[in-house]
Design a protein around this ligand. Sequence first.
Ligand code: DQA
Length: 149
Amino acid sequence: MNDGVGGRRVLVLNGPNLGRLGSREPDVYGATTFADLIAECEKTGAELGLEVEVRQTDDEAELVGWLHEAADRKIPVVLNPAAFTHYSYALRDACAQRTAPLIEIHISNPAAREEFRHTSVVAAVSTGTIAGFGMDSYRLALRAITTLP
Ligand code: DQA
């Protein structure tokens, strides 16, 4: 149900400030850089027979556009919406249009952090949520994709 060549295509989409992983609040998000994250997702994808493409943007409109692309092409999505998680109804409405599994993920556990992070406006329109496992959140989400139709 997708137009990928080779393995099943998956988009791993990342929202604002995640391009700064490695230097950004390492006590919260760890020392892994965004470049490391791309390599890890591609490696996990290859092990699972998935064709993984990782993207990051600080721009809400760009992220919404990528979700439209995934919906139009029936591509599964692993989405770390970053701060947009907590307030972007535009992102929520884009996720609601999904035509394939969409897994919300977080590196940290937002439920154990500040009050404003306890709300996710995308959770209810996602297939499921994985949070709090560091970079393993991405690996677990990719594995989950392989179990879903
Ligand atoms: C995050 C959690 C969000 O609350 C935060 O705004 C982020 C990263 C995470 O991966 O833990 O930017 O999505």
